[in-house]
Design a protein around this ligand. Structure first.
Ligand code: SF4
Length: 626
């Protein structure tokens, strides 16, 4: 028996307050918003033990600890911290070594699987701060520092040896190229040398994804002439110890499969009809298909297609997940699953084209938006073309799964599409006549309509093609509602930091009068004077954007808006994890935890901090174009 999407879900224009899946609600009425401490700085936890003897003691204790632990799933950041604190207590060492100890525990979790990675599938990442600051002759190119092996620093030694073994070597930090290398399937294991600042951000990303990694902490975070325990590098750099089978399930092979749909598999799965040749693509009849296919094929993290593939895999024996990093080659999904995953992306990309027109956004994926590159009419038409393509792709899964499955998925997709438009419509209506009595719940309702249904459709589709979904009837909408709303609130928080990669300037949503939960929280908590000032800044003020934003930020901070919003995200995390705890099989539960850890990833780097080595995982970052 198939289940209709809106059957068991409360009418969307009224977020239920009694059922578990109600959106995380800010405490309102008499109790003031939960006052959360400022996000704790971790700089005092990133000390490196002074002596080699002390460092070796911590290292030995970490190795012993990990030997007693299973490898069925990577440690979460929270578990790593608990283990590290316990170890430092045992060793009678200060809390300041927490970051150092967490890195070493992570190392020994992955060491055997890293050593089982062939040399030509390994990446050696070296920090440029190891170079001889005064005398280094090397220049920088798009891949980082192009070491000339002059021998003035240890970079040359590692680089020469590693390249002889077959490693790819990068002297770079934070370059997006690192992500591309991981996703595109060139490397299966990473040996990284970096300071604890950079490693702190890398830990939760790489470990969650399940990329076997081994990191050597630099002795300090000074950005030049830094030092490290060189024997720790040589201890693993030239060792290869094959393992009978992968020990830890990993989602990387499914991440790669989702990306390959829009790369080397694209033309096979979605052959062109009217734009087969460059001439045809430039012709009036072929140009719409050409622009649509180009837009679909380029840009984006392929997050929703990943969910569909991973959900299908989780309920059909989890061959991909259990295959670990080496599963990529053998990874074969039925083309029906491929097509439905591509359909989800086509709907998503169509909504972005229309969204950019409605918000008159200038850039998307670092490129000019379609309506600016062409014109509004052409962009609208391309968006409609992608919607049609989506329905055609879903219909084609009948060959593998039958008409009933195809019609169920079609029903969920169309339902998700209608809700997305309801949410977008509500947002535009508010922008046209802003009502500063808007309650936070009103903003959350819009989020639940705009973001959650796409996650729901992606998750449901994978499960439906994988078999019966009755047992997930309540879980799917409840889980995706929390995930979607939490994702959007995180997005609002990120908007106040800006995003160089996507040319996103900080505070744009506020100045664009988007009805965000941040603005609603401010409207709710503000005094009458502050509310009047909010109106003046957003509707009447002629000051420059920077001045308006700093005045807005001051009111938001006075009203504890950022802390309350982070508390909402914490609630969404707790609720999604609670829902996931009840799910079988284990592989689907792992996927749900993975979605929570990546979509609702904890850390939001402070605006002034340099980009981390591994920027957000190549599936999800907190921007609408995930
Ligand atoms: S070995 Fe390479 S990185 Fe080091 S100083 Fe020489 S050129 Fe620069």
């Amino acid at each position: 028996m198939s289940i209709a999407p809106s059957e068991y879900r409360a009418t969307d224009d009224q977020v239920p307050s009694d059922r578990t899946e109600s959106a995380p609600t800010p405490s309102n009425g008499d109790a003031p918003p939960v006052k959360r401490k400022r996000r704790r700085s971790t700089s005092h936890l990133k000390l490196v033990p002074q002596t080699l003897e002390q460092r070796e003691r911590v290292k030995a204790a970490c190795e012993k600890l990990v030997q007693s632990q299973g490898r069925t799933r990577p440690f979460t950041k929270r578990e790593l911290e608990e283990y590290a604190r316990g170890l430092l207590d045992e060793l009678g060492m200060p809390e300041g070594y927490l970051g150092f100890t967490m890195v070493l525990i992570g190392n020994f979790f992955w060491k055997r699987q890293f050593l089982a990675t062939p040399f030509d599938r390994r990446l050696l990442l070296l920090p440029h701060c190891l170079k001889h600051a005064e005398g280094c002759p090397a220049d920088y190119d798009e891949f980082g520092l192009d070491c000339e092996r002059c021998g003035a620093c240890s970079i040359a030694d590692y680089k020469v040896k590693a390249e002889k073994l077959g490693y790819r070597v990068l002297v770079a930090e934070g370059s997006p190229i690192v992500l591309k290398i991981i996703v595109s399937g060139y490397v299966d294991g990473i040996l990284g040398v970096a300071c604890l600042n950079v490693l702190e951000k890398a830990i939760d990303k790489v470990l969650i994804a399940g990329v076997p990694s081994y990191a050597i902490p630099l002795h300090s975070g000074d950005c030049k002439n830094t030092t490290l325990d060189e024997p720790w590098v040589w201890d693993v750099l030239d060792k290869y110890e094959p393992l009978p089978e992968p020990e830890t399930p990993s989602f990387v092979s499914v991440i790669r499969a989702a990306n390959r749909l829009f790369d080397d598999e694209f033309d096979r799965l979605l052959p062109r009809i009217r734009s087969k040749t460059p001439q045809a693509a430039k012709s009036p009849l072929g140009m719409t298909e050409d622009i649509a296919y180009d837009w679909l094929q380029h840009g984006g993290k392929r997050f929703r297609p990943f969910i569909t593939l991973a959900a299908y895999d989780a309920v059909t024996g989890a061959k991909a997940l259990k295959g670990g990093m080496s599963g990529t080659e053998a990874l074969e999904f039925p083309d029906g699953v491929h097509h439905v995953a591509m359909a989800i992306e086509a709907f998503h990309k169509a909504s972005l084209v229309h969204d950019d027109i409605e918000d008159d956004d200038q850039f998307r994926y670092g490129r000019e938006t379609l309506h600016r590159r062409h014109d509004i009419g052409t962009a609208i038409n391309v968006g409609d073309h992608l919607i049609g393509l989506g329905y055609r792709l879903i219909n084609s899964c009948r060959k593998d799964f039958g008409a009933e499955v195809a019609s169920d998925i079609l029903h969920w997709m169309s339902d998700a599409h209608v809700k997305l438009c309801d949410g977008q419509g509500a947002e535009m209506a508010w922008q046209q006549s802003p009502d500063f009595s808007m309650a936070p719940m009103d903003a959350l309702k819009i989020y639940a309509l705009k973001t959650s249904p796409a996650f729901e459709a992606a998750l449901y589709s994978g499960l439906r093609m994988g078999g019966g979904v009755e047992q997930y009837a309540d879980m799917v909408p409840a889980f995706c509602r929390q995930l979607g709303v939490g994702f959007q609130v995180l997005n609002d928080l990120k908007d106040w930091r800006g995003d160089d990669d996507n040319k996103l300037i900080a505070g744009q949503d506020a100045l664009a009068l988007r009805p965000t939960v941040l603005l609603a929280l401010a409207c709710e908590a503000a005094s009458d004077e502050q509310r009047a000032e909010l109106k003046e800044i957003l509707l009447e003020c002629s000051e420059d954007d920077a001045t308006r934003l700093s005045r807005l930020r001051r009111i938001f901070e006075d009203c504890n808006v950022f802390e309350t919003a982070e508390a909402l995200v914490d609630k969404a995390r707790t609720r999604t994890e609670t829902l996931a705890d009840e799910v079988e099989p284990e592989e689907l539960r792992q996927l749900l935890y993975f979605l929570v850890d990546t979509v609702l990833a904890e850390e939001v780097p402070p605006a002034n901090e340099s980009r981390p080595m591994f920027v957000s995982l190549p599936v999800a970052n907190n921007s609408t174009d995930g």
